[in-house]
Write a protein that binds this ligand. Structure first.
Ligand code: ZN
Length: 131
């Protein structure tokens, strides 16, 4: 009995299960937060610009806060959870605006500025790599 219990512990080290659980919990928290904020900003971008988000995925991305695919699917880094609220909103708005402007041109930034007018200051304050 004792030996089998030990074997199980050795097979799945405690630190590993703990960090996996923590990651899953953080990912779920990030998912509900992202959906809530998308809902908030879509009240603006939906009616005014006809923007319709595709699937939303929360991932453990190494080098990006968020990205947008040609098909209109959005990806967000689960670590968005730990950003200040203004930076978090900027990342979400940035990707939502790519659904209309798939570039970083003037019209794209004007679209971002409609809901995040101080996006330049926010960008400056964060180590950014948003798609
Ligand atoms: Zn971008």
């Amino acid at each position: 009995m004792i030996s089998s219990r030990i074997r199980i512990r050795l097979r799945v080290p405690l630190w590993q299960t703990r960090s996996r659980k923590l990651y899953m919990a953080n990912r779920e928290a990030a998912r509900s937060l992202v959906h809530e904020r998308i809902g908030h900003f879509m009240a603006h971008y939906g009616p005014r610009h006809g923007i319709v988000p595709g699937r939303v995925a929360i991932r453990n991305q190494r080098s990006r806060w968020g990205s947008c695919s040609r098909k209109g699917n959005l990806n967000f880094n689960y670590k968005i959870l730990f950003l200040p609220a203004a930076a978090r909103d900027y990342v979400i708005v940035h990707e939502l605006c790519h659904l209309k402007e798939f570039n970083h041109g003037r019209r794209f930034w004007d679209l971002v500025a409609e809901t995040v007018p101080d996006y330049k200051a926010i960008k400056k304050g964060m180590r950014e790599r948003v798609g």
